[in-house]
Design a protein around this ligand. Structure first.
Ligand code: ASN
Length: 273
């Protein structure tokens, strides 16, 4: 259990476990259109989202609706701006091309703000601080962190910062990308991969829920990252969303949604990138 003490993971796990119980049903995917000033109200915006990135976006089995921190945050922003929208789940890897093709109006997917992505899309202000973690099977005593991955097979999600990171880890035998992170977790459980490298909130949530007793995170938090809502380049929505986010950071709305999903108020607002 030293790894827990070392990284303070236990606390995060508990908080994520609390977030599971916070899972509640959104009233609707659509908000009523009223009084926006940028002409976007007539249109029903298409919000591209990942199929499963718990607890940020996932299909709530109880309601059959998309739910999560990102979903709630966007619902509040859209309400403030009087925007109508519909949720369109898709593979994470398809989100940036869809933004570039303007077939979606924004992407809500715990998307890490990254220089090379900024060349293709515009991000609103950072809204969540995260990092990456290594996950192994519970009975593995050989891999205690990223330095023990020599000759090992790592599973992760296609097109993510974790994939980019995993292929740079020295000595890794193979990186297996999956369109959805659930596929990577199953690959680990079946023994066809030795480790998963992925975003810390997802890893800790899996460890505390579906993977309980079967997997464990090891080592330190890798790579500081920040999530942002992504828009097609030049979208006028970015400015409006940033203004609302400023209001939410100041008036407690951001803290309220954060606490609902992570069981405590954020220690600070994510630093501007
Ligand atoms: N945060 C990661 C990325 O943007 C992974 C994800 O699934 N959102 O690449």
């Amino acid at each position: 259990m030293n790894f827990l003490k070392k990284t303070g993971l236990l606390l995060m796990v508990l908080l994520l476990a609390v977030s599971l119980t916070a899972c509640s049903s959104p009233e609707t995917d659509e908000q009523s259109a009223e009084g926006s000033n940028d002409g976007t109200t007539e249109k029903t915006l298409v919000v591209g989202t990942d199929t499963s990135f718990v607890p940020f976006e996932f299909l709530n089995p109880e309601t059959g609706e998309y739910d999560g921190f990102d979903i709630d945050l966007w619902a509040a922003i859209a309400e403030e701006l009087g925007l109508k929208y519909e949720i369109k789940p898709m593979d994470f890897n398809g989100l940036i091309p869809a933004l570039q093709a303007k077939s979606i109006d924004l992407a809500l997917a715990g998307m890490t703000i990254k220089e090379e992505r900024k060349e293709k899309v515009d991000f609103a202000v950072p809204y969540y601080d995260a990092g990456l973690l290594v996950l192994v099977r519970e009975d593995n005593s050989e891999i205690n962190g990223v330095d023990d991955l020599e000759g090992k097979i790592v599973a992760t999600k296609t097109g993510t910062t974790s994939y980019d990171y995993s292929v740079t880890v020295e000595g890794v035998k193979e990186v297996k990308p999956f369109p959805n992170i659930d596929g990577a977790y199953l690959e680990l459980l079946s023994g066809s991969a030795d480790a998963v490298i992925f975003d810390s909130p997802s890893v800790l949530y899996y460890f505390a829920n579906a993977g309980k007793g079967k997997v464990k995170p090891v080592g330190d938090l890798l790579e500081g990252q920040q999530y942002g809502i992504a828009f097609p380049k030049g979208s006028s929505l970015v400015e409006d969303v940033n203004q609302v986010m400023e209001t939410f950071f100041e008036n407690g709305k951001y803290d309220e949604i954060y606490e609902k999903w992570f069981g405590q108020k954020p220690k600070s607002r994510p630093a501007a990138s």
